[in-house]
Write a protein that binds this ligand. Structure first.
Ligand SMILES: [Zn+2]
Length: 160
């Protein structure tokens, strides 16, 4: 199924600006040792609540994806595990773990740059599952491919 068919309206100015900032962090992180070039942000009412980069190697923890780091920090900043109304921004389509965390945090909107179809399978633990599979029966919306052309080279080889 065409992902765009189920995607919601395009990003707001705040969301686009947060994505641009996340892309800058991803490009910077890709040059730092121990960090992968993946960055995420949690927005609430258009304001940045928390940011994160992939710290899997830095922390020696397979759960420290950029989105997990950002969601954890957002919950700490807001003092609640209920992130209803918050928006998740990521430079790479969130994997299954991060999408689950996003849902457990009650978030309903995700915006990402690089899409699953254009990156190596290794970024997904269950590559046969598509965003549509996760979206079925839920109320979350997504906007795919925002700024994708600026980050695809980071993920081309799957080394990150
Ligand atoms: Zn993930």
């Amino acid at each position: 199924m065409d992902q765009k068919a189920q995607a919601s309206a395009g990003p707001s100015a705040d969301e686009r600006s947060a994505m641009n900032e996340a892309i800058d962090r991803a490009l910077r992180a890709a040059r730092e040792s121990g960090k992968s070039g993946i960055a995420a942000t949690v927005l609430k009412a258009g304001k940045v609540v928390a940011t994160g980069e992939n710290e899997v190697h830095l922390q020696c923890d397979p759960t420290q994806h950029a989105e997990m780091v950002a969601i954890t920090r957002a919950a700490q900043v807001l003092g609640t595990t209920d992130l209803t109304g918050c928006v998740l921004i990521s430079t790479l389509q969130p994997c299954e773990m991060c999408l689950s965390a996003f849902r457990f945090a009650r978030m309903e909107r995700v915006i990402f740059a690089a899409t699953q179809a254009k990156v190596p399978e290794k970024y997904f633990a269950f590559p046969h599952l598509r965003l549509d599979d996760f979206q079925r029966g839920t109320n979350f919306t997504f906007v795919a491919g925002v700024g994708e052309e600026l980050v695809l080279h980071l993920y081309a080889t799957g080394d990150e």
